[in-house]
Design a protein around this ligand. Structure first.
Ligand SMILES: Nc1nc2c(c(=O)[nH]1)N[C@H]1C(S)=C(S)[C@@H](COP(=O)(O)O)O[C@H]1N2
Ligand SMILES: [Mo]
Length: 334
């Protein structure tokens, strides 16, 4: 949260649904099967023998900014993330596409499912975290089987020795401690794809609506956040520097606007650094603040001209995912 493009690995956010599994790199095998001509069983060395590809990508948990949603109505059994479930790293790995080409994907395949080596208790069973992405995304040249992060092998907490890295998608699809890839006709039946990480209608409980009625989450929507000043800050009147990040998922951030008065008037923010696909963009703006209370607000646009919903009430959902409402920060100038 300091305005730099890359988050150092020691400050990168961590989200593990179970304990970190210990994986022996010598014994490690990645199986590739399902609707393929030739199932594969790859060692870490096999994977590193594919051409290496690297890219900078932001990873964001679908539950980022859940705390604001929980203030509208309770969201039980979920982590109350503020705005910190997001970080950016340089990732290196093999292209998933190259591995799938080596296995030979069958013509009627439509999804690629991942499974992690963790052991999580869910609904009376012990499962690994799994999930899937559409075949088209799996074949995209920037979709990685990553073995390095910020120039070093992955740390155990971030998926050592290999994780999926699905840029522009919610964090949950970037499955860590990856041991199994299955090419299939349907999305993954794993709990984390079929039950969790779905967007339910706010009008009824998932049980009443049917679990399947939740919208499966994939691409992250355009969002932006004020990281400075912090809520409740007391600042001298006059010139105030407001800064934060904006994220466009698979699309570029093209505009950020900031308001000193809860959205009555707006001012363009300056976008810093270069525009990189999949990476957050830091921005700042100077606002002239009169003495008194102010509600600072930020909103962003992506290259498809999508922008953010105005009110948090309209994005509330029972699991607290995908909060991309205008971000508001109350402050006082005195
Ligand atoms: N195997 C496995 N992969 C996983 C998870 C997990 O619990 N187990 N958590 C997911 C979630 S919910 C997120 S947001 C990201 C977080 O990645 P990070 O811990 O490297 O930041 O990893 C994803 N991959
Ligand atoms: Mo997540």
């Amino acid at each position: 949260m300091d305005g730099t493009l890359i988050t150092t690995t020691d400050r990168f956010f961590v989200r593990n649904h179970g304990d970190v599994p210990e994986v022996d790199p010598e014994a490690y095998r990645l199986s590739v099967g399902g609707m393929v001509a030739q199932p594969l069983e790859l060692t870490l060395r096999d994977l590193q023998a594919f051409p290496a590809h690297h890219l900078i990508a932001t990873l964001q948990c679908a539950g980022n900014r859940r705390r604001e949603l929980a203030q509208i109505a309770p969201i039980p059994n979920e982590l109350e993330w503020d705005m910190e479930a997001i970080s950016t790293a340089e990732w290196r790995g093999a292209r998933l596409r190259d591995v799938l080409d080596a296995a030979g994907v069958q013509a009627d395949a439509a999804h690629v499912a991942f499974l992690g080596a963790d052991r999580i208790e869910k609904q009376g069973e012990v499962i690994g975290l799994g999930g899937s992405i559409p075949l088209e995304k799996a074949l995209h040249p920037d979709t990685l089987l990553a073995y390095a992060m910020n120039g070093a092998p992955l740390l155990p907490t971030h998926g050592y020795p290999v994780r999926a890295l699905i840029p522009g998608y919610i964090g949950a699809r970037s499955v860590k401690w990856l041991t199994e890839i299955v090419v299939q006709g349907e999305p993954s039946a794993n709990y984390y794809q079929s039950h969790a990480y779905r967007l339910y209608s706010a009008t009824a409980s998932p049980e009443d609506q049917g679990i399947e009625s939740g919208v499966m989450l994939g691409e992250v929507p355009v969002s932006s956040v004020i990281t400075s000043p912090e809520p409740g800050a007391v600042l001298p009147p006059g010139d105030c520097l407001v800064s934060g990040y904006a994220l466009g998922g698979t699309r570029e951030i093209v505009r950020v606007e900031v308001s000193p008065d809860d959205g009555r008037s707006w001012q363009l923010a300056t976008l810093r650094g270069e525009s990189l696909p999949y990476a957050w963009r830091w921005w700042d703006a100077r606002l002239a603040l009169s003495p008194g209370q102010h509600m600072l607000v930020v909103r962003a646009w992506d290259s498809s001209a999508n922008t953010q919903p105005e009110r948090i009430e309209t994005v509330w959902n029972v699991k607290g995912y995908m909060n991309n409402a205008w971000h508001r920060v109350p402050i006082t100038a005195r």
